[in-house]
Design a protein around this ligand. Structure first.
Ligand SMILES: Nc1ncnc2c1ncn2[C@@H]1O[C@H](COP(=O)(O)OP(=O)(O)OP(=O)(O)O)[C@@H](O)[C@H]1O
Length: 248
């Protein structure tokens, strides 16, 4: 079932030593696919990402993953008080590709500069990271992941707190990265956004559904994913409760 997949799971269960906090996860993602990973707080999105990264060992099932996976964390969790430039942050992406004894060199700086240009920030590379807007910081973090040259990127609620123009820029960037043959898994709470992507994975401590948005984003599936927390508006739209993080 995972033939041709860049990243896949089959009967995956994972947890933190006790009973699994996530189980029954079976999906396959090909190059050129954006996957919305939906679920309530505590539903298992972070646990899935950590398992795909190899930080957590599956307690059951198997994972197929490439040697390198890039991670784009939430900007609000990044320390903003360090006096580092956008280029410094992007350059950190080269560290995972270097042997431990080597400092980033000229070629690495070139890659970091190119990645910043690719995310539209060529003119901001010497600005202090913490002084950039939320959307710009998010794109710097995408650049840091791009520098790792990974075919699969995991994005953790990258859209949270962005204004409309920044959302559009990030949308465009993710579409480009996908068109270039990457696979993106994007943890999000935005059901409407998920409708525009290629696949949707719904998690609520187990896999509720995986497939094309038109098949997955039904009222029944969303209810099974979010319980009674969904507020439905007239038409097809639905709104999820404000989310919070208790492990920032
Ligand atoms: N380090 C940990 N040790 C033990 N349990 C954990 C740990 N991290 C998460 N959990 C538990 O695993 C379950 C799934 O959490 P996870 O962080 O994967 O959910 P999530 O979908 O990413 O939620 P959020 O949207 O709040 O980030 C929760 O019940 C959580 O309390």
């Amino acid at each position: 079932m995972s033939a041709g997949a860049l990243v896949a799971a089959d009967g995956l269960a994972a947890g933190y030593g006790g009973p699994p906090v996530l189980q029954g996860v079976t999906f396959a993602v090909k190059a050129g696919e954006r996957v919305a990973v939906l679920g309530p707080n505590g539903g298992g999105k972070t646990t899935l990402f950590r398992t795909l990264l190899g930080e957590l060992r599956p307690s059951a099932g198997t994972v197929v993953r490439p040697p390198r996976i890039g991670v784009v964390p939430q900007t609000e969790r990044s320390r903003l008080d360090f006096p580092v430039s956008a280029l410094d942050v992007a350059l950190m992406g080269t560290l995972s590709t270097l042997p431990w004894w080597r400092q980033p060199g000229r070629a690495d700086r070139r890659r970091a500069r190119r990645a910043l240009a690719d995310v539209g920030l060529a003119d901001r590379m010497h600005r202090t990271f913490g002084d950039l807007s939320g959307g710009q910081r998010q794109r710097v973090l995408v650049a840091r992941a791009l520098v790792q040259d990974a075919p699969v990127l995991l994005l953790d609620e990258s859209y949270v707190g962005l204004d409309a123009p920044s959302v559009d820029l990030l949308d465009e960037l993710l579409a480009t990265l996908t068109a270039q043959g990457r696979a993106l898994l994007i943890a999000t709470h935005d059901v409407d956004q998920a409708r525009g992507w290629e696949r949707v994975l719904c998690l609520n401590r187990r896999q509720v559904a995986f497939g094309a948005p038109a098949d997955v984003l039904t009222r029944a599936t969303l209810e099974a994913t979010y319980g009674g927390e969904i507020v439905e508006l007239p038409g097809e739209r639905c709104v999820l409760p404000p989310h919070h993080h208790d492990h920032a």
